[in-house]
Write a protein that binds this ligand. Sequence first.
Ligand code: HEC
Length: 185
Amino acid sequence: MRLAKYILLGALIPGAAFAWPWSTDMVNQPNVKPQEGVMALFPARSIPVQGVATQVANRDEAKDLVNPIPASAESIKEGRTLFRIICAACHGLTGGAESPVSNKIGAIALNDDYVQKMLTEGWVWGTITFGSAIMPAYGKPSSREDQRGANDLTVEERWHIVNYVKHGLMKEAPPAVRAAAAANQ
Ligand code: HEC
């Protein structure tokens, strides 16, 4: 009877029950604890590494960056969607500076020789990241003195947009623009 009373008491007071030696039995297993011993190398491809290193401080440093994302059909499609959401408001749906505000704010056409031939892909990426004279930053607004912009485009998304601007925009340009570009070659 007395034993039963103690068992009942132990069951009713879990705090006291934890004091028994068996409470920690499961912790003390012959296994390697976190931070214990020499860390084994991770098996190949077991750590999800996303993103690409882009430790550049400004657009000048970005100029010679090599685009790490191939201009595949998927990348261009992703870039096109983002372009239409973010860039088109100022640069026009076709990138020809035909939006109602393009002229008012001086948003240049992106489908002419200046952007298509003279600007490097790194520079275009840098422009999206850090902004330009008037254009806000879409990667690192905190690097601007006026802090204008948003940081809602990931590094990869910015390269997708570069792929669209450099490899997709002209294919969709109005016939007159394409003819002019062809005549210029
Ligand atoms: C709020 C309006 C606005 C938005 C949105 C905008 N731009 Fe611009 N962009 C401008 C203006 C204005 C200029 C020209 C003056 C300047 O350089 O700031 C410009 C210039 C540029 C240039 C030329 C930079 C140079 O060196 O001359 C590129 C390339 C460009 N924009 C790409 C983009 C892309 C790609 C997007 C979308 C991610 C985008 N812009 C979104 C306003 C905008």
